[in-house]
Design a binder for this molecule. Sequence first.
Ligand SMILES: Nc1ncnc2c1ncn2[C@@H]1O[C@H](COP(=O)(O)OP(=O)(O)OP(=O)(O)O)[C@@H](O)[C@H]1O
Ligand SMILES: [Mg+2]
Ligand SMILES: [Mg+2]
Length: 511
Amino acid sequence: MSRWLVDGWQVVIGLETHVQIKSSRKLFSRSSTSLLNDLPNTRFNTFDAAFPGTLPRLNRKCLDLALRAALALDCTVNKRSSFDRKHYFYPDQPAGYQVTQHYSPFAVNGRFVSPKIGVPIRIKQIQLEQDTAKSITNSRTRSSLIDLNRAGTGLLEIVTEPDFRSPEEAADYVRSLQELLRAVGVSDGNMEAGSLRCDVNVSINRPGEPLGTRCEVKNINSVKFMVAAIEYEIQRQKNILETFHSEHKVPQETRRFDVDSWRTVKMRSKEDAPDYRYMPDPNLGVLILSEGHIESVRREMPPLPEATRARLIQTYSSSGVTENNIDVLMNLDAIKEIPYDGVSNSGLGAVAYFERCAEGRDSKFVMNWIIQDFLGRLSALGKPFSSAHIPVGKMGELLDLIAEKQMTRSSAKLLLQQMLTAPSDVPVKLLAKQMDLLSPVAKQATISPTSDDTLRDICIRCIDALPAEIAALRAGNEKVMNRVIGWIMRHTKGKADINRAKEILKELLQL
Ligand SMILES: Nc1ncnc2c1ncn2[C@@H]1O[C@H](COP(=O)(O)OP(=O)(O)OP(=O)(O)O)[C@@H](O)[C@H]1O
Ligand SMILES: [Mg+2]
Ligand SMILES: [Mg+2]
C-alpha cells in the first residue's frame, strides 16, 4: 500500500541512527567519556589509544542502557550475541578497526509506533559499537589533528527496515526516537552536539514494482538537513529514471549532504565500497544475557513518553488542564538539548517542574501560569526552559502570592521579569514589597511582621509603661489612644498593624 506518491513514484526510506550512550565511562575502557568543553586528548586511556597489549572489558552500564533502548523499541533481545571488528584505515580510528555487532546484534525485530505514521515501522536490529575519535583538519596549514576524547564511547546503531514513505515520516521517527531515548535515559540524542546522527537510505519505485536501488546519505546531524537530503534524492533519482525511461537504474552510492549547496554529493559508488573485512573480535567473548538480567532492566525502565502522557491526562484533565498543555511541556522535554558549552542542562524537565509546582495548588492555574507567563517570558528573553531559572520553591511562593490575591497577575508578571533578568536570593515576597508590587491588603500584612503574640506582649509592656494614659483610656478618654499607639509604633519600629494593636489593647483592658 503506498501512502505518499511523488509524480507516481513511491518513496522508500530506511534509517540507520547512531546514538551515543549516556554513560560516564566508555564502552570497553574505564576512561571517562567526554563533555563538549573538555580539552582535546584529556579523556582517553591506553585502550582507547590502541596501545598493544590492552584488552577490552564491556561496560555494564552501557549494556543495560542498550537493553533499555531495545525494550523501549519492542525488540527481541538475543540471549547470545557477539562483537566483530570492522576494518578501515582512517586517522580517527586508532586500532584500525571499529568494534561493532555485524553478524550477531544483541537486539532484533522491534517496532516503532507513531500516531503520525499509519503503520508500525519495523526495527531491523540494534547493535552496540564504538564511536571513533575526531579529526580536526585545517586546510590552511594542511594539517590534521586527532582528538581521542570521543574514541571508544558507546554507540547504538538502530537500523529500521525501509518502511518510511515520506521525508515527514522519517522526520517524525527521528524526533520521537529522540524523545523516547531521552525519556528512558539512554542518550541525550542531541543532533547538533553529535550524540545522534543518521544515515538515510532512499530509493524510489513505481507502486507494485520491486524496490529501487538505495542511495545512502551518511552522517546527517539535523532533522532539517535530513528532510532536505531526502527531498533532493527523490528529485535526483526521479530525473535519472525518467530521463532514461527506466532502462537505467539509479546507481547504488554513498553520498553526503552538502550544507552549502543544500544538495547530496557522491562520496563513493558501490564498486568502490570499502571491504571492511569483518571478523569476530578474538578479545571479546560471546555476550550471554540471562532472562533475569533482561527482566531486571525491564523492571527499572522509566516510563515511556506515551505512558507519561496518558498518566498526565488522567491526573490533570479533570481540573481543566488540556492535552495540548501537556504536549507543550512534553515537547519541551523532548527537545531539551545540552547547551553548546557542554554544561549539562541539569535540573527538572518541564513536566516534572509543572508537577512539583502544582503540588497542593490548582493545577490549571499553575499550568496556565507556567505556559503563558513563564514560558512566554522566557521565549521573549530568548532563553530555553530550565528549572534553574526559577526554582520550584520560589515559583511556588510567586504562585501563592497570586492565588492569595496578595498580588495582581500583572504585578506578578513584572516580578517574574525581574526574577528572570536579575536573579537574586531575596525571598519572593520581600522582593515584591521592595518593588512595591503587593496589593494594599497584603502590604499591611507585611509591614506587620510582628506576629499576634509579639504584638500582644508589646501591648502588655505598653500598659505597664504608660499607667496615666491607660487610666485615661479606661476612663473613656479616646484621645490618649494616639499616644498609646505612638508608643507601640516606636517599640515595633513602625511595623505594627495599628488596627490590630487597638483591638488587642481593648481586649486586654476589657473596654
Ligand atoms: N531499497 C531500499 N530503499 C531504501 N532503503 C533501503 C532499501 N533497502 C534497504 N534499505 C535500508 O538501508 C539500510 C541498510 O542498513 P544496514 O545497516 O543494514 O546496512 P549498510 O548500510 O550496508 O551497512 P553500514 O552500517 O555499514 O552502513 C536499512 O535502514 C534499510 O532499511
Ligand atoms: Mg548500518
Ligand atoms: Mg548504512
